[in-house]
Design a protein around this ligand. Structure first.
Ligand SMILES: C[S@@+](CC[C@H](N)C(=O)[O-])C[C@H]1O[C@@H](n2cnc3c(N)ncnc32)[C@H](O)[C@@H]1O
Length: 236
């Protein structure tokens, strides 16, 4: 986190765009690390997510819009930083979004990627990965674009291949190791898995997804849970 903070503090009055903002997680992280921004805009395809963000953020400098990242309604050269967090494995067309991200980036600005990685995880972090991949499989079953997460090597390969900019820096973002999980926390994780299960639409698939959910719960019960390591990549 310290390295991300140092990076963000390099520019005063930065105008920042967060693409595929979801519930605004990455904006929350940015705003917790720096106050030196003039504006942060979060965009997402899903109107419900954007409406939720509008209710949950009170800073006037932070705004949200429903917008497709493949056709952004911003002028060229609009932002100092353009971010994409934990969305790479959701994208239908990485190249198209990369072209747009580069178009709205000011000359001299930076693209910031933050992506959960699928390798080098301990058993507690593996719980996060399994839970995430379970949700991705249910999403695909519902016709949504949600692939498996990538290894750190693959993330770098994708970014290098799809962007015309150069990778200037990359580092692991880890969260402080927590003590053993409380029973309440495990219960909350199980409830989250059960909520994901509610998305199953084909009755004949229910049995399969029940079994997969039980496997994930068993892993969490045995080893506990920690957030998976994220890879931060800066392109300029
Ligand atoms: C897993 S969420 C990531 C949320 C958040 N950035 C985070 O770090 O937690 C991925 C988001 O990307 C959004 N998304 C996928 N394709 C998109 C597109 N073409 N334009 C805008 N948002 C998109 C999805 O709607 C989803 O909310």
């Amino acid at each position: 986190m310290n390295k991300l903070k140092t990076f963000l503090m390099q520019k005063n009055d930065a105008k920042i765009l967060d693409v595929g903002t979801g519930n605004g997680n990455f904006i929350r992280i940015i705003a917790s690390l720096t106050n030196e921004f003039s504006e942060i805009i979060g965009i997402d395809l899903i109107e419900g997510a954007v409406e939720g963000c509008k209710k949950n953020f009170e800073d006037d400098r932070i705004n949200f819009f429903t917008m497709d990242a493949m056709e952004m309604e911003f002028d060229d050269d609009s932002f100092d930083l353009v971010c994409l967090s934990n969305s790479l494995h959701h994208l239908e067309d990485v190249k198209k979004i990369m072209i747009e991200m580069e178009r709205v980036l000011k000359p001299g600005g930076a693209l910031v990627f933050c992506e959960m990685m699928s390798n080098n995880l301990n058993k507690r972090q593996k719980s996060h990965l399994l839970m995430h991949h379970y949700a991705a499989e249910v999403d695909r079953h519902r016709g949504r674009n949600h692939g498996l997460t990538f290894t750190n090597k693959r993330i770098l390969e994708i970014l290098q291949t799809e962007s015309t900019l150069m990778i200037k820096d990359a580092w692991d973002l880890t969260y402080p190791r927590r003590e053993d999980n409380s029973e309440e926390e495990i219960e909350w994780l199980f409830e989250t898995i059960d909520r994901v299960k509610e998305g199953i639409i084909e009755p004949k698939k229910k049995g399969y997804f029940e079994k997969e959910a039980d496997k994930v719960k068993k892993h969490i019960k045995k080893y506990g849970f920690d957030s998976a390591t994220q890879l931060i990549v800066i392109l300029k």
